[in-house]
Design a protein around this ligand. Structure first.
Ligand code: AMP
Ligand code: MG
Length: 401
């Protein structure tokens, strides 16, 4: 048997990266940056007001207080977007809106709440420090600063930053297209009536969601009956459209061997027994250079196998720097009975409480108990050599959400 780590390492070794493409900001969400982004100018680009109020010299209002307000002459009105060409002198003020450039001479903004307008003048009720309510040029981003690193996922804040730096498009890795094929004579579509001996195909839907969650592009190409010709055709007809294939089912011992036979015929495949639970039988290889993951059929096995092998591989292919789920140490609130010998991935509910993570088992852990993946938000990793764990002991968790 292969260890989970060894199997994972072999998979990651075998996958390359998708090509670099230019994406407009609005199309870049969920992509991975294939370039560093360096600020061509500071953000904000100029000193500006953080409040609606009056731009003044702090020295003009040094003695201002509610019982002894200081009267200043209002010399101009500055909405956001307008630049003043005149200087603020001692005894003067300019009405200024949030975001408007600080006029020359002024070194502080008194919020409008601390003033009272009277004709062409303003009464200032309190003093101000130099720099108060002023946002300095470059306080967010300095000119020349590397703001975003290659390998970063482009999310909402990155999109905003690209826009504010004047980068309408960026170099990203193309999203991988993932063909999903569930196999089995017993599989029905969700809209079909149940018939004796039949179940509905859930795996291709779970996988579809997992692929989306990994920022790749799913293509549902099944379900396919346990018919070698049909499976072979489905793979070969789509091989030019996809970067990766995932099949589910048909790779366990004693199986109908249809999937194994076809995979061996159309690609260079290895069939592994991985020392993990769930998900011992795995197939991995390539069809015309495209990685193919032959995942086991049980609904939990397929999802856990995706988490362990496919997700990190997809993220690596798309150039992501961080390809693994975050791990944390948690204390068990419920015991876990188990047999040694395989790395076990237990579905748990992780919760931050009293200064640390706690984990409790979701309930039955059979590889067909899909509900465990609904209830659980993390996978507890029990190494091969570890036996029964008692409440109070520590475990490592992969946080899934
Ligand atoms: P297999 O590996 O093909 O022997 O499948 C193992 C178990 O998973 C069997 O009980 C199958 O009925 C079930 N299974 C296989 N494929 C799916 C699927 N797409 N959706 C739900 N269950 C499946
Ligand atoms: Mg099957």
């Amino acid at each position: 048997m292969l260890s989970l780590e060894e199997a994972r390492w072999r998979v990651l070794e075998a996958v390359g990266t998708t090509e670099k493409v230019r994406r407009k900001i609005l199309e870049a969400w969920g992509h991975t940056l294939a370039q560093d982004v360096i600020a061509p100018h500071p953000v904000p680009p100029f000193d500006n007001s953080a409040m609606d109020g009056y731009a003044v010299l702090a020295s003009s209002v040094r003695d201002a207080a509610p019982e002894s307000p200081v009267r200043l002459r209002v010399v101009e009105d500055l909405p956001a977007g307008r630049v003043s060409c005149r200087e603020v002198g001692p005894g003067e003020a300019m009405r200024i809106m949030t975001g408007a450039p600080l006029p020359p001479g002024a070194d502080a903004v008194v919020p409008v709440e601390d003033t009272r307008a009277e004709g062409g003048t303003v009464l200032v009720m309190r003093s101000a420090q130099v720099g108060e309510n002023v946002r300095k040029a470059g306080e967010d981003v300095r000119e020349g600063e590397t703001v975003l690193l290659s390998g970063t996922r482009i999310g909402p804040a990155e999109m905003g930053m690209l826009a504010s730096l004047g980068q309408p498009e960026v170099l990203c890795h193309r999203k991988a297209v993932v063909g999903i094929i569930s196999t089995g004579d017993e599989l029905l579509e969700p809209e079909e009536e149940l018939r004796p001996g039949m179940i509905r195909d859930s795996n291709s839907f779970s996988l579809y969601g997992l692929v989306l969650e990994a920022d790749a592009v799913p293509l549902r190409l099944g379900p396919v009956r346990d018919d070698p010709a049909l499976l072979e055709r489905t793979i070969l007809e789509n091989v030019d459209e996809v970067d990766v294939f995932i099949t589910s089912g048909g790779v366990s011992v004693g199986d109908y061997d249809v999937v194994k036979e076809v995979l061996q015929r159309v690609g260079e495949m290895d069939f592994w027994k991985v020392a993990m639970r769930p998900g011992k039988p795995q197939a991995f290889g390539k069809v015309r250079g495209r990685p193919l993951f032959g995942l086991p059929g049980n609904p939990v096995s397929v999802m856990v196998s995706f988490e362990m092998f496919v997700r990190p591989a997809l993220l690596k292919m798309m150039g992501r720097r961080e390809i693994f789920r975050p791990t944390v140490t948690a204390v068990l609130d419920t015991p876990i009975g188990r047999k040694r010998g395989r790395t076990e991935l237990i579905r748990v509910i992780a919760e931050w409480r009293e200064g640390r993570y706690h984990a409790r088992v979701t309930g039955p852990q059979g590889s067909g108990i899909l509900k465990s993946m609904i209830l659980g938000n993390a996978l507890a990793v029990l190494p091969e050599e570890v036996g029964r764990l008692e409440a109070g002991e520590e475990v490592t968790l992969y946080l899934l959400r």
